[in-house]
Design a protein around this ligand. Sequence first.
Ligand SMILES: O=P([O-])(O)O[C@H]1O[C@H](COP(=O)(O)O)[C@@H](O)[C@H](O)[C@H]1O
Ligand SMILES: [Mg+2]
Length: 571
Amino acid sequence: MSTSLERAQLWLSDAYDAETRIAVQALIDTNPTELDDSFYRDLEFGTGGMRGIMGVGTNRLNKYTLGSATQGLANYLHQEFPSKEKSVAIAYDVRHNSDKFAKMVADVLTANGIKVYLFESFRPTPELSFTVRHLGCDAGIVLTASHNPPIYNGYKVYWNDGAQIVPPHDKAIIANVGNVKVDEIKFEGNDDLITYIGKEIDEAFINACVENGSFTKEGKEDIKIVFTSIHGTAVAITPTAFEKAGFTQVHQVPEQAIPSGDFPTVVSPNPEEPEALTMAVDLANAIGADVVIGTDPDADRVGVATRNNDGDIVLLNGNQMNTVLAYYLLEKWQEAGKLTGKEFIGSTIVTSDIFYDIASKFGVDCKVGLTGFKWIADMIRTFEGKEKFIGGGEESFGFMVGDFIRDKDSVTTALLVSEIAAVAKANGSSLYNKLIDIYVGIGKAYQEDLISIVKPGKEGAELIANMMVDFRLNAPKELAGSKVIRVKDFQSSIEKNLITGEEKMIYIPKSNVLIFYTEDGSKVACRPSGTEPKIKYYFSVSADLQTKENYIEVQKNLLAKIEQLKVDFNK
Ligand SMILES: O=P([O-])(O)O[C@H]1O[C@H](COP(=O)(O)O)[C@@H](O)[C@H](O)[C@H]1O
Ligand SMILES: [Mg+2]
C-alpha cells in the first residue's frame, strides 16, 4: 500500500486542476498531519452514503472524489441497463458547495449520456427518494452531509426504488469507482440533457406526504406547534405540508428559517442534540405551544419535544418517538381492517426491543436489519408483493411511513406526530401520555440512551477499531452489577449464550457491531458510526409497568440503571 505522501504526489499531475495541485503542494510542504489525514484512505460509502470534510485528497469531498464516484456510477448504470435511456434525479442541501457539487455531478452524468433531473434549488433528502420513484429514474443522488458539521459534505446514492444503495449495488459501484482513472472522469457536461425540476415535484411530494401522514382532521386547529428547519431544506416544504394537512397554528423559529451552510444559531444542526432545539423550545415556552418539531439540514431526521405532565417541554428520544408512531399507524391499519397477518414494521439492530412487543400486540411481523434506513428500505424491496410495510424506525431520530418514500422522512413524520398530539389533546390527553399508555398497554416501560464518543481523523479511526477489537478480546462479564449472559457479534455472525455455551448463526449481513445482554434484561450495543468519526454505545433497559401512576418512579429507576451502565463505557 502506498503512503499518504505517494498518494498525494499523484495529485500533482496535470490531470488535476491548478487550484488542486497548489493546495496539495501546500499540504506536502507545510502540514504532514493534514496531508496524512487527507490521503491515507479513500472515502467509502458508510451508513448514510459517502461523507467527508471538504478539501483536497482521496479522503476528502472534492471535485475529483465526487467526480470518480459519479463516473463509477455512470459506468455501472451503463452495465446494468445497457440498452435503455437512463435518468438520474439530483437534489442538494443548503451546505457550502452543495449546489456547485450538484451541477458538477450532473455534468459528469450528462457527459456520459445520462439524462438528469436536477432540482432548481435545495430540497429535502426524502423528496429526492420520492422523485426517483415518481419520475421512474434509474438512480438518485443527494449532495448532503446530513447533520454533520459545516466543514463536511457528502453524497447519498439511491437506486431505482428510491432506496439508498446496499449490496450488491454499493460494492459494484465502489468496484467501478476503483477502476476509474482521473483522466477518465468526463467533466464536460451536456446541458441539453438536464431538466430542472421544482414546483410540480414539490406539489406531488407534499400531496403524497399529506395523504400518507394524515388520518383525521381532529384537533388540528387546536394544537400549537413550533417548527424549526435549523437553517436546512425543510423550510421549503414542511410549512406548506402542515398547512395542507389542516394545522393552523404552526410557528416557525424565524432566525432558523434562514437557510445557511454555517448553521449559525446552533452548535450542531442535529435535532438529536437537545441544544439544537433550544430556540424552538424557548419559542414554545413563550407562546405556550404543545409540541416542538425540528429537522436536520437535509430534512430526513426529525426531533420532537412535547410537554410532560408537569407542563415542562421534554425531548423524546428516537425510540420513544418511533414507538408512538408505529403504534398509531398499527391502530389505524387495524381500524381500517387492513391487518391480515401479512404486514410488518421495520427496525434495526439498534432499535429498542419494544418494537417486538408492539408488533406482537397487533399480530404483525417485526423485521430487523443493520443500522441505517437503507436496510429498512431493503426489507420493503425484499418483501415487495408478499408482505406490506407499515412503518419503520431505529434509535436515531427519524421514521419511514409506508413505502412511497424509501428513506426516513421528516415531512410525513412531522405531520403524523403532530396529528397524534392533536388527537390526544382533543381527547384530554397528550403526546407524552400516549407514550405512557403504550408502555402500560404492553406491561413494560422502556428507557434508552446513547453515548457517542468522538475520535477524529486517522488516529481516531484506529483507536475506534482497537476499541472494538478489545471488546471482543476482553468482553465485559458483568454490566451494572448484572451478569452478561448473551453476546451477539455481527462481524462473526455468531450469537453466543454464555450460560450454556450454545452458539447460533445471525442471518443478516456482517457488520462491526457487538450487542451484550445481561441477566436483568439490559442491552448494550457497541458500534463505530458509519457517518461520523465516533464510536456509539446504545443502552436499553426495561421494567414492568402496570399503571400510569407508577411511570415516573419506574422511569427514574430505569434512568439510574442506564447511568450505572454508562460508567463502563464512558471512557
Ligand atoms: O445521518 P443521516 O440522517 O443520513 O442518517 C443515517 O445515519 C444515521 C447514523 O448512522 P451512524 O450511526 O452509522 O452514524 C443512521 O442512524 C440512519 O439510519 C441513517 O439513515
Ligand atoms: Mg439527515
